[in-house]
Ligand binder design. Structure first.
Ligand code: NOJ
Ligand code: CA
Length: 711
């Protein structure tokens, strides 16, 4: 049994001076934090980058239910420390992460009775600031209810903003790029033809992670880290003053959070740089999360997988075995509709494909009873997570998968009935253990049960953490669909490999889809919190849907690039085996690409326009690159100076054909095989809505003889 090795390469902290003034500052590199108490005793903070103001003085504090507001303070003391440690994530974009910050902790006490206490902890990193509130043990604050968190982010101007509305139950919106003064969640670009429950009570609220660009070229990202036992934070936009204020997602009674001191809130995070690439490279959110709570992590393995899935998404098959639960046959059995994708024979076909091509995982949805009435009834979930449909032979499939070296991925759609799932979880995980399922994809489609709760409220936040902990107890990796968006908890629960919590590739199957710029925005927004199960790799870009006009809004080679630009330790090859078999030369990239990394170089990036990323595979000399553009064609030029200067690499370049175009000619691609080294300057042309993928493997002696040098 391998124990977790958190190798602390360098770790030290120094406690520095105490101070008593009403104004305190802390700094690291280009980032400066100011804290002060206003005349009335309201606590305020401000953030600076170089000589720019990032956050103007902004208020802090709370309104409590049935209690006076916790807002007017005096400083009793403050404490500073410096911390510098390098730690190793169980998996990730890099194999070592430096966590370096200066901390300022301010101990506050209410000016008037009941003289309650509140501490605010600020951590100043080289790329931003995190802060959180601590409610220490005290006589006049024990059990309490947060009515409002009063945290503000007072911005300096009408920044360009990449936003989705503040829905309490969903992040699956297309991004709007607009000025802050134009944010209006009720005026959406109506991209989707799919009806969905919209739950955005505040017309001017937006979701985080929120990325903005200022007119003087700063990139600012606001989000939160370590969201546990507290509701998710949305931001209300004051369209005149450009002040963002914390909106916590309420529970069924309209309350925000039930706490008992001692307690801490999640961290509020502000990442800032004058380089967009620094935003994508930031590890601030991960660093603010606790180290792994799982000691033995040897069973946690990043993986690629395929799924009996896209055929349901596109309507070729179905999740449900029958069409009507109320009309049974003469033996009292369900009447099969003969469209049920999760049947033993079809599943074996997918196992064969995975096994033949070295894809380790297979997800099968629609294997269990309940799919006839799974959606939209709010009547409690129809699933028990252990009863297969009659044509899904769970035992035979488990044996066949084992024999072929394929790991089955369980699917537990809960229909948002989290209370049933809480009762069934142990049984469900025991079932997975029994049949050799090493991971599970959970899902929360619909309105939450317990009724009145929200996907992003405190009750569900507790539920997601319980599900991750429960999965860990059974050595099962977990991928959650429709949860709250992630906040770096993958550091603490490394078996929580990925989440959806965003508008995935699947929207191209059942709606108008995603705009060509979508994937250039997501890494700056949704992915700042953690990996996304985006489900890339669709090769049949058009003609998969019976609905006219539906297509994927990228070229084929852009789908390959997403394996690099959309970071996840869990990557699906989402298309059907037969669609891959039509393009095995391009599928080679999916076979080769790694899912766990020693190093990552963000080569160039601009939200809404383009992203180029290079990653070095874990414990290997292989590099993989992904380049994507928006609706505009683009040529990307850069030097491969990250390569080992002593090696020659065999580069396989998968790029758009010269006449490719996401709309009219999306499946046209060219594959070039050439020799490169660390001095090579590449020029890669991308089509409108296009992209490119490159694999760089140390050249073999045969390749050295027969492949040409890159020109
Ligand atoms: C929504 C998920 O995102 C999708 O991947 C899944 O197939 C359906 N729910 C059914 O669970
Ligand atoms: Ca653009």
């Amino acid at each position: 049994m391998r124990r977790i090795t958190i190798i602390v390469l360098l770790s030290w902290f120094i406690i520095r001076s105490h101070a008593q003034s009403n104004e305190l500052t802390e700094q690291l590199g280009n980032i400066k934090l100011e804290f002060r108490l206003g005349d009335s005793g309201i606590a305020e903070y401000a953030v600076y980058f170089k000589d720019h103001v990032v956050i103007k003085p902004s208020a802090l504090g709370f309104n409590l239910k049935n209690n006076p507001a916790l807002r007017y303070f005096k400083i009793i003391r403050s404490e500073r420390k410096t911390f510098d440690e390098t730690w190793k994530p169980v998996w990730g974009e890099v194999s070592q992460i430096r966590n370096h910050y200066n901390e300022l902790k301010v101990y506050l006490q209410e000016r008037n009775e009941p003289n309650r206490f509140l501490n605010i902890v600020f951590r100043v990193f080289q790329d931003g600031v995190g802060f959180r509130y601590e409610f220490p043990v005290q006589p006049h604050l024990k059990y309490f209810i947060i009515a409002d968190e009063l945290t503000q982010f007072n911005l300096t101007g009408d920044h360009k903003t990449f936003w989705i509305p503040g829905d309490y139950d969903s992040n699956e919106y297309p991004y709007t790029t607009s000025k802050l003064s134009e944010v209006d969640g009720w005026k959406l670009p109506v991209l989707s033809t799919n009806s969905k429950e919209i739950n955005e009570p505040d017309q001017y609220a937006v979701q985080t992670p929120l990325t903005m660009k200022t007119s003087d070229g700063l990139y600012i990202n606001i989000h939160e880290a370590a969201l546990v036992h507290y509701p998710s934070m949305q931001l209300h936009v004051d369209r005149k003053s450009y002040t963002l204020s914390c909106n916590l997602v309420p529970n069924a009674l309209g309350d925000k959070a039930y706490l008992r001191a001692p307690e801490v809130t999640p961290w509020r995070t502000i990442i800032v740089s004058d380089k967009a690439t620094d935003i994508l490279a930031s590890k601030l959110i991960l660093n603010l999360n606790d180290p792994s709570k799982i000691e033995n992590t040897s069973w946690i393995k990043p993986t690629k997988f395929i799924g009996v899935w896209w055929e349901m998404q596109t309507g070729k098959g179905g999740w449900n075995y029958s069409n009507n639960l109320d009309s049974l046959d003469a033996n009292g059995k369900l009447v099969p509709n003969h469209r049920h994708s999760a049947n033993t024979e079809n599943v074996k076909r997918y196992i064969d494909f995975a096994s033949k091509n070295g894809i380790k995982g297979l997800l099968v949805e629609g294997w269990n009873t309940g799919w006839e009435e799974w959606y939209g009834n709010w009547n409690g979930g129809p699933f028990d997570f252990v009863t297969p449909y009659p044509d899904f032979d769970v035992k035979a499939i488990a044996q066949y998968a084992k024999q072929k070296g394929v790991n089955m991925i369980m699917h537990n759609e809960t229909s948002a009935d989290a209370s049933t799932y809480e009762r069934q979880m142990d049984t469900a995980f025991r079932f997975m253990n029994k049949y050799g399922y090493t991971s599970v994809k959970t899902g929360y489609v619909g309105s939450i049960v317990p009724r009145g709760e929200h996907h992003d409220g405190q009750w569900m936040i507790d539920h997601y953490v319980r599900a991750a902990e429960k999965a860990a107890q059974y050595h099962v990796m977990i991928d959650m669909h429709e949860p709250v968006r992630p906040t770096g908890l993958q550091r603490t629960y490394p078996n929580w490999l990925a989440c959806e919590a965003g508008r995935g590739n699947e929207w191209n199957a059942f709606s108008d889809g995603n705009l060509p710029e979508h994937e250039t925005i997501m890494p700056f927004t949704r992915l700042m919190g953690g990996p996304m199960d985006y489900t890339p790799g669709i090769f049949k870009i058009k003609g998969y849907s019976a609905v006219a006009g539906r297509q994927v809004h990228t070229t084929l080679t852009k789908q390959l690039a997403l394996y690099i630009t959309m970071y996840s330790p869990l990557q699906m090859a989402a298309d059907l085996p037969e669609n891959y078999e039509a393009h095995m030369d391009a599928f080679q990239f999916i076979k080769d690409v790694a899912v766990d990394w020693d190093d990552t170089k963000i080569i160039e990036a601009e939200p809404g326009d383009y992203i180029t990323i290079a990653r070095k595979a874990k414990n290997s000399s292989n590099w993989f690159l992904g380049l994507i553009t928006d609706e505009n064609a683009r040529t990307s030029s850069f030097k491969l100076d990250f390569l080992d200067p002593n090696k020659i690499y065999a580069a396989t370049i998968y790029r758009d054909a010269d006449d490719a175009d996401w709309k009219n000619n999306p499946e046209a691609y060219t594959i070039e095989k050439v020799l490169v080294n660390s001095n090579t300057l590449v020029n890669i042309k991308m089509a409108p809505g296009g992209g490119a993928a490159i694999s760089l493997l140390p050249a073999t002696s045969d390749q050295l003889k027969s492949w040409k040098e890159y020109k």
